[in-house]
Design a protein around this ligand. Structure first.
Ligand SMILES: Cc1cc2nc3c(=O)[nH]c(=O)nc-3n(C[C@H](O)[C@H](O)[C@H](O)COP(=O)(O)OP(=O)(O)OC[C@H]3O[C@@H](n4cnc5c(N)ncnc54)[C@H](O)[C@@H]3O)c2cc1C
Length: 350
């Protein structure tokens, strides 16, 4: 009998696995490599929605959990995955500068928006109006994190490479049985793959496809992330990750010519030097109608739980949501109404 069987080893599954292990629980993780959202993500964390100048929901609380989570994980995996790097918003006019300084005066945004105008000239970018700096930002190398974590799970015999067979899941008096595995709880963290899950596929997980590029631009020299309508993230060796697009119709993870053309157009708005495209990726973000995560326990099955709906912010949300679900299951700490899947039950079901 183990404590947790976890389906999915993207940012959601990893976050829960680690939360459980750090609390001395036993786990087993299954994954079938069917989704790649976490693998290809930009990995940025940014507490401010720059388009609207609003604070990300519970940003400061999430950052606290996230910072500790990745610090512990880096030690355990013996590799660096969390890179603290400023995000600079390029200004295109005096009006944009003014909007920035007005926003930085707001009490909830003040900890995140610097009041210094950055006028440094970065080779390869023409920015006469300068930049504003977002504080407490950076990125996680998600591909490396996922690889290293999988390696760790395999080494400790905690990983099962398989497609979860929902028909083989049985409820028992004190937990669940899946084939020859008995667990006190099962956590579904399948990302957009949730649509195949008969226990939770009634939940409104829309899915938003995103595409990004790796470009090579030898004349571009950045030691920060630049963000406008796209982000430009320096990877070293003249390589930069650039993204991302938002497509609510196409639910495949195939890169498209339209996506590429859109990104190229936006890159040209930001940088003024030559570049070539080195690679092109796409994935489907697990986004929810109301843009809040899907966390909780199945209304009719006490041992069956979900951790999903991390949407566009898996890096910041993953650790905090895993903690919330873990404490809900283990200590009955109530879930915030905004993330609890109960919000989608009909009145009669509640
Ligand atoms: C282009 C793009 C850019 C992004 N940029 C950022 C960013 O900069 N910052 C940020 O925070 N977020 C970003 N995101 C969003 C982020 O990637 C997601 O929030 C996050 O990946 C969701 O993680 P997840 O674990 O829920 O889902 P996934 O990463 O999809 O993981 C689900 C896992 O479950 C497995 N699985 C599914 N079904 C089954 C099954 N039946 N049996 C076994 N295994 C199964 C899949 O193989 C997969 O490994 C981006 C996303 C995209 C697409």
């Amino acid at each position: 009998m183990i404590d947790y069987l976890i389906i999915g080893s993207g940012l959601a599954g990893i976050s829960f696995s680690e939360m459980a292990l750090q609390n001395n629980k036993s786990i087993l993780v299954a994954d079938n490599n069917s989704q790649n959202s976490s693998k290809i993500a930009g990995g940025l964390y940014n507490p401010v929605i720059l388009k609207r100048f609003s604070e990300v929901w519970q940003a400061q609380e999430q950052l606290v959990v996230m910072n500790e989570f990745f610090a512990v994980l880096e030690k355990k995996l013996n590799c660096k995955v969390d890179f603290k790097l400023p995000i600079l918003r390029k200004f295109f006019s005096i009006e944009e500068q003014n909007n920035w300084f007005a926003a930085s005066d707001k009490i909830n945004l003040a900890p995140f928006l610097s009041t210094h105008l950055i006028s440094k000239r970065y080779p390869g970018i023409n920015s006469p109006f300068g930049y504003g700096e977002v504080l407490q930002t950076g990125y996680v190398n998600t591909a490396l994190l996922l690889d290293k974590y999988k390696e760790y799970l395999i080494k400790n015999e905690l990983y099962l490479e398989e497609s979860f067979d929902y028909n083989a899941l049985l409820e028992e008096r004190d937990g669940i049985r899946y084939k020859n595995i008995q667990a006190k709880h099962i956590i579904f963290a399948e990302g957009f793959g949730m649509h195949a899950n008969p226990y939770f596929n009634h939940l409104p997980l829309d899915g938003t496809k995103g595409e990004l590029l790796i470009i090579k631009a030898p004349q571009l020299d950045l030691d920060v992330i630049v963000n406008t309508s796209v982000f430009i993230l320096p990877l070293g060796n003249d390589l930069f990750k650039v993204g991302a697009t938002y497509n609510w119709k196409d639910k495949t993870d195939l890169p498209t010519e339209e996506g590429k053309a859109e990104l190229v157009e936006r890159i040209k708005e930001v940088i003024s030097c030559d570049f070539e495209i080195v690679s092109h990726f796409a994935g489907v973000r697990p986004t929810v109608k109301d843009r809040k995560p899907l966390i909780g326990t199945h209304p009719n099955h006490n041992a069956i739980h979900i951790l999903n709906g991390l949407g566009t912010r898996g890096v910041m949300l993953g650790p905090a949501m895993a903690k919330a679900l873990f404490e809900y299951i283990e200590y009955k700490k109530p879930l915030d109404k905004e993330i609890d899947i109960k919000r989608f039950l009909s009145k009669g079901e509640k």
